[in-house]
Ligand binder design. Structure first.
Ligand SMILES: *[C@@H]1O[C@H](CO)[C@@H](O)[C@H](O)[C@H]1NC(C)=O
Ligand SMILES: *[C@@H]1O[C@H](CO)[C@@H](O)[C@H](O)[C@H]1NC(C)=O
Ligand SMILES: *[C@@H]1O[C@H](CO)[C@@H](O)[C@H](O)[C@H]1NC(C)=O
Ligand SMILES: *[C@@H]1O[C@H](CO)[C@@H](O)[C@H](O)[C@H]1NC(C)=O
Ligand SMILES: *[C@@H]1O[C@H](CO)[C@@H](O)[C@H](O)[C@H]1NC(C)=O
Length: 286
């Protein structure tokens, strides 16, 4: 006969055993925008947390399953990293910027600055919201002055009639008759405070040859017509020459340098009376 006291005692033992086996904490294997490292969710194990890039742990990086079957401390959340609106440097304006959460920006969001007119930018125009919740280094905008450009010999220069010339101001150059520009006809005040180039005037070349077909910028042209007003400094033409043995033609290049065009020695100019002679430019190429 089993005594009721004994049954009660056995049932008490069972309860203790079951309680011992059920010291398990709630499932905590998923952390939104992060990851959880765990073995089991049972007492007395620890689990640890980390967040994906762009998020930070709001809370602790580990928690313990207690005897009571609860996590201590409570699991954290991964909250997005944000940057406050970027500070705007002096003499700059925001060209592209859109807050993406409330008034703030998210990790890796960008903002682009622009300098006020006549101010040059030093540094990167683009800043990025970093994992520290601040922006990458801001650029600087500075007023830049250029000296008045000097007039080239045998030429002229025009620039805005202002007391000072500033970044991005332009100056235009030209040359007197029979001279041509060596360099661009327009220059700009650079961020370094000098002009983008210093054009000068060079003498044009007078063409001493009366008649010749030459190649100029890939086209066959008559030299006397193409360069009626002289040839500009730096211009290049190719003359036709004859290879007598092989009865064929080849070309040689000549360039106008500061008033002088050295005609290739192989080039032979025919008298206009020598009509029976074939011009080199009409002979098949070698
Ligand atoms: C961070 O956690 C605290 C406490 O749980 C909460 O009040 C706060 O709103 C959380 N912040 C974010 C950005 O989630
Ligand atoms: C954004 O900034 C404005 C001006 O400072 C403020 O009035 C507003 O409450 C802010 N909004 C949020 C969502 O923080
Ligand atoms: C400016 O910064 C952006 C991102 O912050 C980068 O992608 C870019 O290459 C930088 N530009 C220069 C010229 O350094
Ligand atoms: C952003 O914050 C980090 C950490 O506080 C700091 O090391 C860094 O210099 C800051 N960056 C800028 C551009 O201020
Ligand atoms: C402008 O000044 C810089 C630095 O002084 C120099 O390196 C550069 O060659 C100058 N540019 C011209 C076109 O003279």
């Amino acid at each position: 006969m089993i005594s009721p006291v004994f049954i009660l005692f056995v049932s008490f033992l069972c309860h203790v055993a079951v309680a011992g086996r059920t010291r398990v904490c709630p499932f905590a294997g998923i952390l939104e925008n992060g990851a959880v490292r765990y073995t089991t969710f049972e007492y007395p194990n620890m689990i640890s947390f980390s967040c994906n890039t762009g998020f930070y742990l709001n809370g602790t990086n580990s928690a313990k399953c207690t005897e009571e079957g609860t996590w201590s401390p409570a699991p954290p959340v991964c909250a997005p990293i944000t940057c406050p609106p970027p500070p705007v440097p002096k003499f700059a304006t925001l060209k592209a910027y859109k807050p993406s959460i409330g008034n703030n920006s998210l990790y890796r969001d960008r903002a682009v600055f622009e300098c006020l007119p006549h101010h040059a930018m030093f540094g990167n125009d683009t800043v990025t919201c970093t994992a520290h919740g601040n922006w990458t280094e801001l650029p600087e905008c500075r007023e830049v002055k250029c000296p008045f450009p000097s007039r080239p010999d045998n030429g002229f220069v025009n620039y805005p009639a202002k007391p000072v010339l500033l970044y991005k101001d332009k100056a235009k150059f030209g040359c007197h008759d029979t001279y041509s520009l060596d360099g661009p006809d327009e220059v700009e005040c650079t961020k370094l405070g000098n002009w983008s180039a210093q054009p000068s005037c060079k003498v044009s070349c007078k063409i001493s040859i009366k008649k010749a077909t030459v190649i100029y910028q890939g086209e066959r042209v008559k030299i006397q017509e193409q360069f009626k007003n002289g040839m500009k400094h730096g211009d290049k033409v190719s003359f036709f020459c004859k290879n007598k043995e092989k009865k064929c033609s080849y070309t040689e290049e000549a360039q106008c340098i500061d008033g002088t065009l050295e005609v290739p020695k192989c080039f032979k100019e025919h008298s206009s009376l020598a009509f029976w002679k074939t011009d080199a430019s009409d002979v098949k190429p070698c």
